[in-house]
Design a protein around this ligand. Sequence first.
Ligand code: CA
Length: 232
Amino acid sequence: MECKKVLIIEDEKSIADIIQFNLNKEGFETETAYDGKTGLEKALSSKPDLILLDVMLPVIDGFQVCKKVRESSTVPIVMLTAKEEEVDKVLGLELGADDYITKPFGMRELIARIKANIRRTDLMNSLQDAPANVRVFGNLAIDLNRYEVRKDETPLELTLREFELLKYLAERENRVFSREQLLEEVWGYEYYGDIRTVDVTVRRLREKLEDDSSNPAYIMTKRGIGYYFRRP
Ligand code: CA
């Protein structure tokens, strides 16, 4: 594996240092920033392969950094949240973060998450050369190999997770899945218990796919049970 660069944006220098030390030991290149403004500048100029982003930061907070980075980049973002910031996890995901990890965390867990997120991005990049495998549902064309979705010929910008959820449901048309099932099947080991993550991702997907996201034609809610994909 070529050397991957991780940008650590964390104002608690002792935490940033220990993360940096451990990532270097694992063979990652690292950069650090101790406030949101510097972090944002480095995120845009030094093109990291992944960003570790604390929520509570001086000058510009982690959410604003996340939002700004997402305007021009699909780099994986893992947010660092404090235990009591439950709500923040959901907000982070809404703003386009890929993953979050709760403080205090173990270094092995952090490194496993970082590797998993980089692996998924590498996988997605390599899939762009794969042979097409398009399935058409109404005015939606989903290329299951290349992770591309078009609506009326216009490509949609989905995050990897949004695509994985859409793919999972579309390949199993009309079957209803509970949030817990989706969390386990689509998110896998990285998540445990926070089913709101599924709702947030469904909402973001609908905003991109549906003509009217409050009256969806593809991703349907089965009240009290979960979600399913329907051919319109
Ligand atoms: Ca902080």
